[in-house]
Design a protein around this ligand. Structure first.
Ligand SMILES: [Ca+2]
Length: 142
């Protein structure tokens, strides 16, 4: 089951041909949860919707997450990035991609500010892979 399929089932539950013709929404009363993988993201918070793009070209949608750490609001010096996040900085926010098949970290880009908006619906570079446009506090870029 790929991420797109799961998102479509969640967002359009009545599109299943086996469902009844009643278009009113009904609460889920019987479902099973199967853990495919999990990935722990310590010390970050996310205010963006999770996006999906097949960034590694394996035919399975990957998970894109924009996040913040709160370091920008605390006005912490850059050396704290090494202490808390294991990298030289910046470390106030960023975007990361997790492999939709395995949950492995595909890439991570750290930014100077928290990410508030993340849109991965356009192929800006026209390389047949959608690009993610990022914005947030104080105008963080792509
Ligand atoms: Ca993929």
């Amino acid at each position: 089951m790929n991420t797109t399929y799961m998102l479509n089932k969640l967002m359009h539950p009545s599109s299943d041909s086996s469902s009844n013709s009643d278009n009113s929404y009904k609460p889920c009363t019987d479902y099973e949860v199967e853990e495919l993988w999990h990935y722990t993201l310590p010390k970050i918070k996310s205010e963006t919707p999770v996006r999906s793009v097949d960034v590694n070209g394996d035919g399975i949608e990957d998970v894109i997450i924009g996040y913040g750490t709160g370091a920008d609001q605390a006005d912490l010096p850059l050396y704290t990035c090494e202490m808390y996040f294991g990298q030289s900085g910046p470390c106030a926010g960023g975007v990361l991609a997790l492999d939709g098949k395995t949950g492995a970290l595909l890439w991570q880009e750290w930014l100077k500010r928290s990410v508030l908006k993340l849109d991965c619906s356009y192929d800006v570079t026209q390389d047949d892979v959608n690009d993610c446009l990022v914005s947030g506090e104080s105008g963080v870029g792509t």
